[in-house]
Design a protein around this ligand. Structure first.
Ligand code: NI
Length: 147
Protein backbone atom coordinates (compact mmCIF):
# COMPACT_ATOMS: atom_id res chain seq x y z
CA UNK A 1 0.00 0.00 0.00
CA UNK A 2 1.31 3.45 -0.92
CA UNK A 3 0.50 6.65 0.91
CA UNK A 4 -0.38 9.70 -1.22
CA UNK A 5 -1.56 13.18 -0.38
CA UNK A 6 -4.43 14.61 -2.39
CA UNK A 7 -5.89 18.10 -2.47
CA UNK A 8 -9.66 18.41 -2.89
CA UNK A 9 -12.10 21.23 -2.25
CA UNK A 10 -14.40 21.39 0.77
CA UNK A 11 -17.54 20.36 -1.14
CA UNK A 12 -15.95 17.18 -2.41
CA UNK A 13 -14.55 16.37 1.00
CA UNK A 14 -18.01 16.86 2.53
CA UNK A 15 -19.35 14.44 -0.07
CA UNK A 16 -16.68 11.86 0.83
CA UNK A 17 -17.51 12.22 4.53
CA UNK A 18 -21.26 11.97 3.90
CA UNK A 19 -20.79 8.86 1.80
CA UNK A 20 -18.41 7.33 4.37
CA UNK A 21 -21.00 7.82 7.11
CA UNK A 22 -23.85 6.51 4.92
CA UNK A 23 -22.07 3.35 3.82
CA UNK A 24 -20.21 2.77 7.06
CA UNK A 25 -16.65 3.15 5.77
CA UNK A 26 -14.07 3.14 8.54
CA UNK A 27 -11.99 5.89 6.94
CA UNK A 28 -11.90 8.41 4.10
CA UNK A 29 -9.13 6.35 2.52
CA UNK A 30 -11.33 3.26 2.28
CA UNK A 31 -14.22 5.30 0.86
CA UNK A 32 -11.95 6.88 -1.78
CA UNK A 33 -10.34 3.51 -2.62
CA UNK A 34 -13.80 2.06 -3.31
CA UNK A 35 -14.69 5.00 -5.56
CA UNK A 36 -11.51 4.40 -7.53
CA UNK A 37 -12.34 0.68 -7.77
CA UNK A 38 -15.73 1.63 -9.21
CA UNK A 39 -13.95 3.80 -11.78
CA UNK A 40 -11.62 0.89 -12.61
CA UNK A 41 -14.65 -1.36 -13.06
CA UNK A 42 -16.37 1.15 -15.35
CA UNK A 43 -13.23 1.37 -17.47
CA UNK A 44 -12.95 -2.43 -17.62
CA UNK A 45 -16.60 -2.71 -18.68
CA UNK A 46 -16.06 -0.20 -21.46
CA UNK A 47 -13.42 -2.40 -23.09
CA UNK A 48 -14.24 -5.81 -24.56
CA UNK A 49 -10.59 -6.93 -24.29
CA UNK A 50 -10.13 -6.06 -20.62
CA UNK A 51 -9.42 -9.18 -18.53
CA UNK A 52 -12.05 -9.83 -15.90
CA UNK A 53 -13.37 -12.33 -13.41
CA UNK A 54 -17.12 -12.59 -13.13
CA UNK A 55 -19.99 -14.33 -11.43
CA UNK A 56 -23.01 -15.35 -13.45
CA UNK A 57 -26.07 -16.46 -11.49
CA UNK A 58 -29.39 -17.75 -12.77
CA UNK A 59 -32.36 -19.92 -11.87
CA UNK A 60 -33.88 -22.56 -14.12
CA UNK A 61 -36.31 -25.45 -14.01
CA UNK A 62 -34.34 -28.64 -14.57
CA UNK A 63 -37.47 -30.27 -16.01
CA UNK A 64 -37.64 -27.79 -18.90
CA UNK A 65 -36.99 -29.99 -21.88
CA UNK A 66 -33.30 -30.30 -22.71
CA UNK A 67 -32.36 -27.14 -20.80
CA UNK A 68 -30.00 -28.70 -18.23
CA UNK A 69 -28.14 -30.49 -21.03
CA UNK A 70 -27.94 -27.33 -23.17
CA UNK A 71 -26.59 -25.30 -20.25
CA UNK A 72 -23.95 -27.94 -19.51
CA UNK A 73 -22.98 -28.03 -23.20
CA UNK A 74 -22.60 -24.25 -23.20
CA UNK A 75 -20.27 -24.45 -20.20
CA UNK A 76 -18.18 -27.13 -21.94
CA UNK A 77 -18.06 -25.15 -25.20
CA UNK A 78 -16.57 -22.27 -23.19
CA UNK A 79 -14.40 -24.28 -20.79
CA UNK A 80 -11.71 -21.62 -21.30
CA UNK A 81 -13.98 -19.06 -19.58
CA UNK A 82 -15.73 -21.30 -17.06
CA UNK A 83 -13.75 -21.68 -13.82
CA UNK A 84 -16.34 -23.40 -11.62
CA UNK A 85 -20.09 -23.71 -11.17
CA UNK A 86 -22.06 -24.10 -7.95
CA UNK A 87 -25.37 -25.91 -8.36
CA UNK A 88 -28.09 -25.67 -5.70
CA UNK A 89 -31.35 -27.64 -5.92
CA UNK A 90 -33.71 -24.95 -4.60
CA UNK A 91 -36.76 -27.19 -4.50
CA UNK A 92 -38.21 -30.11 -6.47
CA UNK A 93 -38.05 -28.16 -9.75
CA UNK A 94 -35.87 -25.09 -9.47
CA UNK A 95 -32.08 -25.01 -9.68
CA UNK A 96 -29.81 -22.07 -8.86
CA UNK A 97 -26.42 -21.99 -10.56
CA UNK A 98 -23.57 -19.58 -9.86
CA UNK A 99 -20.70 -19.74 -12.36
CA UNK A 100 -17.32 -18.12 -11.86
CA UNK A 101 -15.96 -16.97 -15.21
CA UNK A 102 -12.60 -15.56 -16.19
CA UNK A 103 -11.44 -14.05 -19.48
CA UNK A 104 -11.77 -11.01 -21.74
CA UNK A 105 -14.90 -9.13 -20.65
CA UNK A 106 -16.40 -9.22 -24.16
CA UNK A 107 -16.19 -13.04 -24.26
CA UNK A 108 -17.53 -13.35 -20.71
CA UNK A 109 -20.44 -11.05 -21.54
CA UNK A 110 -21.27 -12.96 -24.74
CA UNK A 111 -21.22 -16.27 -22.86
CA UNK A 112 -23.47 -14.85 -20.13
CA UNK A 113 -25.91 -13.45 -22.70
CA UNK A 114 -26.06 -16.90 -24.31
CA UNK A 115 -27.02 -18.50 -20.98
CA UNK A 116 -29.40 -15.79 -19.76
CA UNK A 117 -31.31 -15.67 -23.05
CA UNK A 118 -32.08 -19.42 -23.00
CA UNK A 119 -35.78 -20.14 -22.73
CA UNK A 120 -36.46 -21.27 -19.14
CA UNK A 121 -33.52 -19.39 -17.59
CA UNK A 122 -34.66 -16.68 -15.15
CA UNK A 123 -33.15 -14.02 -12.90
CA UNK A 124 -29.89 -14.06 -14.87
CA UNK A 125 -27.30 -11.64 -13.45
CA UNK A 126 -23.70 -11.07 -14.51
CA UNK A 127 -21.28 -9.30 -12.18
CA UNK A 128 -17.94 -8.36 -13.76
CA UNK A 129 -14.85 -7.48 -11.75
CA UNK A 130 -11.52 -6.25 -13.08
CA UNK A 131 -8.91 -9.04 -13.09
CA UNK A 132 -6.87 -8.30 -9.93
CA UNK A 133 -3.49 -8.84 -11.61
CA UNK A 134 -4.47 -7.18 -14.89
CA UNK A 135 -1.88 -4.35 -15.01
CA UNK A 136 1.01 -6.79 -14.53
CA UNK A 137 -0.48 -9.71 -16.43
CA UNK A 138 1.28 -8.80 -19.67
CA UNK A 139 4.68 -9.12 -17.98
CA UNK A 140 4.01 -12.77 -17.08
CA UNK A 141 5.65 -12.43 -13.68
CA UNK A 142 5.07 -15.07 -11.03
CA UNK A 143 2.63 -14.46 -8.20
CA UNK A 144 4.27 -13.05 -5.09
CA UNK A 145 1.45 -14.21 -2.85
CA UNK A 146 0.57 -17.75 -1.97
CA UNK A 147 -2.95 -18.48 -3.24
NI1 NI B 1 -30.77 -28.92 -9.37
Amino acid sequence: MERITITIDADLLAFVDRLSAQKGYGSRSEAIRDMLREAAQAEMEASADAPCVATLSYVYDHETRDLARRLTNQQHDHHDLSVATLHVHLDRHECLEVSVLRGPSGHVRAFADGVISQRGVRHGQLHLLPEPDAPEASHQHPHDHDH
